[in-house]
Design a protein around this ligand. Sequence first.
Ligand SMILES: [Fe+2]
Ligand SMILES: [Fe+2]
Length: 277
Amino acid sequence: MSKSSENINPAAKAKARQAIENLKELPSMPAVVVQALNLIDDPNANINRLAEIISTDISITTQILKLVNSAYYGFPSQITTINKALALLGFNKVKGLIMGVAIKPMMLSDHGKVLWHHSLRCAVGARYLAKNLRCGDPEEAFIFGLLHDIGKTVLQIQNIDAYKEIQKLVTIGADILDAERTFYGFDHTDAGKALVEKWNLPMIIGIGIAHHHNPLKAEEITSASIVYVADRITQDRLRYPVFKQEIIDALDYEIPDPEGMREEIIRLSQPIIDAFS
Ligand SMILES: [Fe+2]
Ligand SMILES: [Fe+2]
């Protein structure tokens, strides 16, 4: 993923930041999650210390055990302790799961499960693509997929009526980012980037979010395109054309059967959706 290119309109970026500052119910990261993520990024991190931190939150511990025992990971026997779960998964996979547990309440909010399920499918899809195309770190791709649309929650919290109007316009063919900018002055990529910056998550996540509708603006198109492709094939309903031609033309790989890949990713994501519910 590009580390330095930023193509965000500065006015939209400022508006998105301001909108987040003004939100009455500002989404926050639970303290345990922030501590756990910081520890994972520490080169001297140790599994026992991470297990200690996670164990202080019974709900996060229970959800991680449920996830690690899901068919998605396919471990042959039941894993009953957080230490064993962390040892089997490794830091990188744990990071994605902790992030998922942290953002789930926000992604579900009052507006149904569509965004949450799409985000999980996109995460699984991005991981699948990164792994199969041998492009980038699959666990990092999982996190990008999980968070790519998080900015939509900011738009929903700020003005749910405007958000519903936008959804109606999108179903009749409007471009989602254009519609969002018309109603809010910024779009969900601006809002998502501003939110992860507010949370002090690594900058690279914000850059990934910023480019997920147009990877051509990223310095490294191939890795930026992973979330774009995963996002397009995991839409609630497949929209045609599935990919923008100019983007497909710029890629150094092919997705010859997006419908088949969609089915495969939906199948792979079901155990993780079930374990998260
Ligand atoms: Fe999006
Ligand atoms: Fe999306």
